[in-house]
Design a protein around this ligand. Structure first.
Ligand code: NOJ
Ligand code: NOJ
Length: 615
């Protein structure tokens, strides 16, 4: 209600200003302007509330960004590398655009991530091979999360490097070259080592569901390679992994495009169309105000990105709340049409990302003073501007501004959808119900807030400096898989502990234990790898080989070589009844480092059985 009242006052005041506004009439947009102005503040504060240890909704967290304060259904009280990095990229840009009060948050992130890089976790260790950097999420105090999860996720290191590179540029431009080189660069170099070594291997996508090759991930890896190469030149150092920049571009260019849209995950067989809002997020996260619309990295203004945008948006018309909305007006956008997670609804961050994508494209055309319509992009334009022609419009053409205006208006209409379904408090959950529009799933999602702010930045003409996308924009004619061995060094100057290499030894545990449907088994033990007797960190076992004749559960664990362990198996009951532990401790010694091979342990459950609570 606050908004519409403000809107009326503003529309009275704004009549004159509108005459020169590129955005259209005051009557239709002043209310959106005031919504964005007030929601941008709420969103920035919403982000800060979710950063430990002082954020009002992050109590109990260390120096980490929590995904959401929600602790049940879903439990998002963890720190994800991806969500944190995207959030920090927004904060660094806010800082660069003038909000200097944010610097302590950025410095806190620098230190916390330097430490986090060294934490051994179920994806692996930091030394000697960097595999631990692919871990998607950690406990809010920065310790490992042992639960079953879609891991590794290889977008995290790229996104973190991108956030830290933006800050490094600012430091260099503000006479702090040494700090950029000696403190921040070592963290970036580890992440670049990781993606240089592993970019071409499959991993889980950003939605943590699909093991394959994700367009979003490769797009960000490509950006990180190129941007780090440019930064390394400024710093006078070598950038690990740079040689993969063009191979990643080649892969992007040749493998995901199906003639109409980007198939967001390939090397998978998951029965989906591949239309996915992730491809819109990818284009906005590699947006370069000086980028070329012809670049194969698919800048927002590229014909393929525009055609893809149209196809992805249209794939969400089946949501009831989108019924009847015309093709030239924004709708609610979700992850992908087949999604069922938490009801498979539209997401705030994807709906505002759609707007951001369009603001980016408009900014690029305006910057280049040119807009080329070809057979790939013409349908996108025709929906908005029916008399569009196959040609290049330049800023000397009087239609040029008209086209930019309709695209901007179209962008605004996506924000208006987000506005419509934002509660009057301004709080942003993860999703909103596809039938009723009511907020749903995790409340106060940090990423929803961060995405709102980046959209508002672009809408108000705030663009991050170029990441130098022109430097490596011509892929080789034939793609090859590539990998360069990484060098991993704890970023001690930034606060990382001086860890030394530990060797993990793969051990497969089998336990013969008859269970009822709904009961789960875990292994737990005295070492950190086995959860240090903390049930929340016990390793979940897998029933994939279980049969009535051979009721066996198993888990593949990575254990610290040479360490003596004591462990038991534990049964988790179906209705929250007390867990059932085995009645005696088992002991074993993990083989020494360098002995090669792997070990198998076969156990038989000792202790009482479980029974269903019948809930
Ligand atoms: C949690 C993930 O974060 C989410 O993306 C996924 O859809 C669900 N797990 C279900 O797999
Ligand atoms: C589920 C999303 O699919 C994933 O991308 C995100 O990292 C987590 N939730 C935490 O917000």
């Amino acid at each position: 209600m606050l908004f519409s009242r403000t809107a009326t006052i503003l529309s009275l005041l704004c009549v004159q200003a509108t005459a020169i506004s590129p955005r259209g009439s005051a009557a239709s947009y002043s209310s959106l302007d005031s919504f964005i102005a007030s929601e941008r503040k709420i969103a920035l504060q919403g982000v800060l509330n979710n950063i430990g240890p002082d954020g009002s909704k992050a109590s109990g967290a260390g120096n980490y960004v929590i995904a959401s304060p929600s602790k049940t259904n879903p439990d998002y009280f963890y720190t994800w590398t991806r969500d944190s990095a995207l959030t920090l990229k927004m904060l660094v840009d806010e800082f660069i655009f003038g909000n200097r009060a944010l610097q302590p948050q950025i410095e806190k992130y620098v230190k916390a991530q330097a430490i986090l890089q060294t934490v051994t976790n179920p994806s692996g260790t930091f030394l000697p091979n960097g595999l631990g950097l692919g871990e998607p999420k950690y406990e809010v105090d920065g310790t490992r999360f042992n639960g079953a999860w879609g891991r590794p996720q290889r977008d995290g290191p790229a996104l973190r490097a991108i956030a830290l590179m933006a800050y490094s540029d600012w430091l260099i431009n503000h006479n702090q070259f040494q700090r950029a080189k000696l403190v921040i660069w070592p963290i970036i170099a580890n992440d670049l080592s990781y993606i240089g070594e592993y970019w071409n291997q499959t991993g889980y996508d950003l939605w943590e569901e699909v093991l394959g090759s994700s367009f979003f991930t490769v797009q960000n890896q490509h950006r990180a390679f190129v941007e780090a190469g440019n930064l390394a030149n400024r710093l006078g150092v070598e950038s690990p992994g740079y040689l993969n920049a063009l191979e990643a571009l080649c892969f992007l260019n040749q493998s995901f495009w199906n003639g109409e849209y980007i198939v967001s995950n390939i090397n998978v067989d998951n029965g989906r169309t591949g239309l996915d809002g992730a491809s819109i997020l990818g284009s906005i996260s590699i947006f370069d105000i000086d980028g070329s619309c012809d670049s194969p990295n698919l800048q927002p203004c590229s014909s393929r990105a525009l055609s893809n945008f149209r196809a992805v948006v249209n794939s969400f018309r089946f949501y009831s709340i989108n019924a009847g909305i015309k093709n030239n007006s924004g709708i609610a956008v979700g992850r992908y049409a087949e999604d069922i997670y938490q009801g498979g609804n539209p997401w705030y961050l994807l709906t505002t990302a759609a707007a951001e994508f369009l603001y980016d494209a408009v900014a690029q055309w305006r910057n280049q003073k040119k807009l080329t319509v070809d057979s790939t992009s013409i349908n996108f334009f025709r929906d908005l501007y029916p008399s569009i022609k196959l040609k290049s419009y330049t800023n000397r053409d009087n239609e040029f501004n008209k086209i930019l205006n309709v695209v901007t208006k179209y962008a605004d209409s996506f924000v208006a959808i987000a506005q419509k379904y934002t509660p009057s408090s301004g709080s942003l959950a993860e999703q909103f119900d596809r039938n009723t529009g009511a907020p749903i799933s995790a409340n106060d999602l940090t990423w929803s807030y961060a995405a709102f702010v980046t959209m508002a930045q672009r809408r108000s003409g705030q663009y991050p400096a170029s990441w130098g996308s022109a430097a490596a924009s011509v892929p080789p004619p034939n793609c090859a898989s590539s990998s360069s061995q990484g060098v991993y060094v704890p970023a001690i100057a930034a606060g990382a502990p001086n860890v030394t290499a530990t060797c993990q030894y793969p051990v497969r545990f089998y336990v013969n234990a008859t269970t009822y449907y709904g009961e789960n088994l875990y292994i737990i033990g005295n070492t950190t790898d086995l959860g240090a007797w903390n049930l929340n960190s016990a390793l979940p076992m897998n029933a994939g080989m279980y049969t009535t004749e051979n009721p066996v559960w198993y888990v593949d664990a990575q254990l610290t070589a040479g360490e003596p362990v004591s462990y038991v198996y534990v049964r988790e009951q179906d209705c929250g009844q007390a867990p059932i532990y085995e009645t005696n401790n088992r002991t074993s010694v993990v083989p020494e480092c360098g002995t090669g091979g792997s070990t198998i342990r076969r156990d038989v459950w000792v202790g009482s059985g479980g029974s269903s609570g019948g809930c």
